[in-house]
Design a protein around this ligand. Structure first.
Ligand code: PEP
Length: 249
């Protein structure tokens, strides 16, 4: 049985007030189903979030990490540092990092390995662009991104990874993949994992990301291979995010 995971990626948004609003609301909200919920705020808010979320079920995630543990890397943050703030999860390979900061598959892999090394759970983001979908290359692109990472991991490490399927054309556009489109790709990702082990495939947590909101979450989360969501815009509104969390399970 896979526990659903709802992950709120604030990107370069948020404020101390928002952190506190989430802390207050989630302290009072009874989540009806067994779900795990994590917020991924910008680095400067990690400490206030750690405190504000203390009496809530909210967990913390980081939006990226540097593969190196410490040293002369101005502006960067390491996995070891994140662990001091009780961070549990780290996004790697988000399409904004791949596109805007030119992160290559090799760099994505290095970050993911660094996360595993310090005990963080990496959330590996994969997904095709609109051009690639229109050219009928969705499966090829997504499987290459997944395979690049998974084929380089030890069997034990593969069990620690969460994968988020995020069609790039659906991120921040208001254009959500249909439940059938998302389910099709996510079933293929699970099948790919089954080529390593059936047990691994069954335990793998797969998140959908791309304009998930309070109105479409239930239908997406009802798909057999969708175990949660990576939510951007709608995770900035506490009531919407609570509604999304309540539709999982
Ligand atoms: C994301 O940034 O991972 C994301 C899914 O964003 P949005 O929900 O805004 O599309």
């Amino acid at each position: 049985m896979r526990t659903p995971l709802l992950a709120g990626n604030w990107k370069m948004n948020g404020s101390t007030d928002l952190v506190e609003a989430f802390g207050r609301t989630f302290a009072e909200t009874k989540l009806t189903k067994e779900v795990e919920v994590a917020i991924f705020p910008p680095f400067p808010y990690l400490e206030s979030a750690r405190r504000a979320f203390d009496s809530t079920p909210l967990r913390l995630g980081a939006q990226t990490l540097n593969p190196i543990h410490f040293g002369a890397h101005t502006g960067e943050v390491s996995g070891q540092m994140l662990c001091e703030f009780r961070v549990r999860y780290a996004l790697v390979g988000h399409s904004e990092r791949r596109q805007l900061y030119r992160e290559s598959d090799d760099q994505v892999f290095d970050r993911l390995l660094a996360a595993l090394t310090v005990g963080l759970t990496p959330v590996l983001c994969v997904g095709e662009t609109l051009e690639e979908r229109d050219a009928g290359r969705t499966m090829e692109v997504v499987m290459r991104q997944v395979g690049f990472v998974m084929s380089r991991l030890e069997p034990e490490q593969r069990t620690q990874v969460v994968i988020a399927y995020e069609p790039v054309w659906a991120i921040g556009t208001g254009r959500t993949a249909t439940p059938e489109q998302a389910q099709g790709v996510m079933a293929a990702i699970r099948d790919y994992q089954a080529s390593y082990s059936q047990e691994l495939a069954e335990a793998l947590r797969l998140l959908y990301g791309g304009s998930m909101n309070a109105d479409n979450a239930a239908e997406l989360l009802a798909q057999p291979d969708i175990d949660g969501g990576l939510v951007g815009g709608a995770s900035l509104k506490v009531d919407d995010f609570v509604a999304i969390c309540q539709s999982a399970g």
